[in-house]
Design a protein around this ligand. Structure first.
Ligand code: AMP
Ligand code: GLY
Length: 429
């Protein structure tokens, strides 16, 4: 069957790489893709929220399965669009509808959902410009650090953590005055959770679920988790502090009540749920829901899936996940992200990437890359450029391989963290 993947990052390259290994995969298309996805299938230019443009592609290319990578099309209702359209309604589209996507699209909605379903999360209060005084009182009742979250989508920048009260009060005012545009006309003030963060991906058909290998993301730009937040600088899987006991708690306290809550809200959810969790003294708390897979966690987790991903996705869409088995490779995976100089601030692009052909025993997933029209060479066009993944019997061995390969790949001003996975190797329970 012909498959369309929406998105252009390392996550979409990894999904495509895995789907292509299925006997069921016919032609693969990407909107819009990158230099790496162009080697797997056909990249087509179209805005990811231009639903009629996407419809045109689906008809033209006889698409039978659509995988939506990023959150924006889901939050804007791409699944509802497909379900309501006579021509598109039989296409298996992976992702929640607009109502389900509010779990990511509105932090206030997600907090209310968790309160209603008794899902463990930090205590919080929603604040609007009308209730700012109550919000400030609430901030004063909390201990530092202070967590402020823009309600809506803010390209991963909408969470601000402040260490003193005055700064927090100033930030709250600035957010409510539109620092993040419409996304911050409502702000969630949240208790700070101290613990170990991890990402858990669940594939659900609305009733049944499969848990993918657990990953840890490295969000900050600098070594030792310092400096500004990024989209993610690397990932490892599995995660030592997510042991069997902890994962049982995640299932019983979070996954099962989440699915039950969605069902009782009348939401028919077929797709991925990404639980951003904090392990606080061996108890899981939800920091955030996302309605898609994470990036770069996907580049790390997908190579550990042994089962046929086309089959799993179709089973999720058809409500048949119960009849499938998710086979997992029990080795360790590590992903290191190579980024452009200056990222996550203003960064340089258009740099020729060399050394790709010399990489071995790893997979190079492309993110912000394209083929230069004149020279036909691969060049950088984004902040996050390449995600390099290695899998081996120990994290130590995988880590050695991944860094050997990272060093072979060269572009001007390239940057990467050299400490991905180091904390996991040093971790003592
Ligand atoms: P988010 O955009 O929701 O992923 O939040 C960005 C980052 O802020 C998270 O990955 C956490 O590291 C941190 N964070 C969010 N909420 C909390 C919280 N309640 N306590 C501690 N850290 C948090
Ligand atoms: N790596 C975190 C995210 O995709 O949101």
């Amino acid at each position: 069957m012909n498959i369309l993947i929406i998105g252009s990052g390392g996550r979409e390259h990894a999904i495509g790489w895995k789907l292509k290994q299925s006997k069921q995969c016919g032609k693969l298309f990407f909107v819009c893709g990158n230099a790496g996805t162009g080697q797997l299938g056909v990249n087509l230019p179209c805005d990811i929220t231009d639903f009629s443009g996407i419809k045109h592609i689906c008809v033209e290319e006889q698409i039978e399965l659509v995988v939506v990578g990023p959150e924006h099309p889901l939050v804007e209702g791409i699944v509802d669009y497909f379900r309501a359209d006579k021509v598109l309604q039989d296409i298996a589209i992976i992702g929640p509808d607009k109502q389900g996507a509010r779990l990511e699209g509105s932090k206030a909605f997600a907090k209310e959902f968790m309160r209603k379903n008794a899902i463990p999360t930090a205590v919080s209060m929603d604040v609007t410009p009308e209730t700012i005084d109550v919000g400030i009182e609430y901030l004063r009742s909390l201990a530092a650090p202070y967590v402020l979250k823009a309600d809506g989508l803010a390209s991963g920048k909408g969470v601000v953590i402040l260490h003193n009260l005055e700064e927090a009060e100033r930030e709250l005012k600035s957010m409510l005055e539109g620092k993040f545009g419409d996304a911050s006309t409502k702000v969630v003030i949240e208790q700070f959770l101290n613990g170990l963060e991890l990402s858990v991906f669940v594939l659900t058909d609305g009733e049944n679920y499969k848990i993918l290998p657990v990953a840890k993301d490295y969000k900050r730009i600098g070594e030792g988790d310092t400096g500004p937040n990024t989209g993610g600088m690397g990932a490892v899987s599995p995660v030592v502090f997510a042991d069997e006991d902890f994962m049982k708690k995640v299932e019983n306290r979070i996954i099962v009540p989440t699915l039950k809550g969605l069902k009782s809200a009348g939401i028919d959810y077929k797709g991925f749920i990404f639980l951003g969790l904090m392990n606080v003294e061996s108890d899981p708390f939800v920091i955030e829901y996302n309605v898609r897979l994470g990036d770069p966690e996907t580049e790390c987790v997908v190579p550990l899936i042994e089962s046929d991903l086309v089959e799993l996705l179709l089973a999720a869409y058809r409500g048949k996940l119960k009849d499938t088995v998710l086979e997992i490779d029990d080795r360790a995976a590590i992903t290191v992200m190579m980024v452009s100089g200056g990222y996550p601030g203003n960064y340089t692009t258009g740099k020729v990437i060399s050394g790709l052909a010399g990489t071995k025993e790893c997979v190079v997933f492309h993110a912000g890359t394209s083929i230069d029209v004149e020279t036909q060479k691969v060049k950088s066009i984004g902040g996050r450029v390449l995600a390099i993944t290695a899998v081996d019997y120990s994290l130590e061995a995988a880590r050695k391989t991944v860094y050997e390969n990272v060093e072979k790949v060269v572009f001007q001003d390239a940057a990467y963290r050299t400490d991905i996975g180091a904390d996991i190797l040093a971790y003592k329970a």
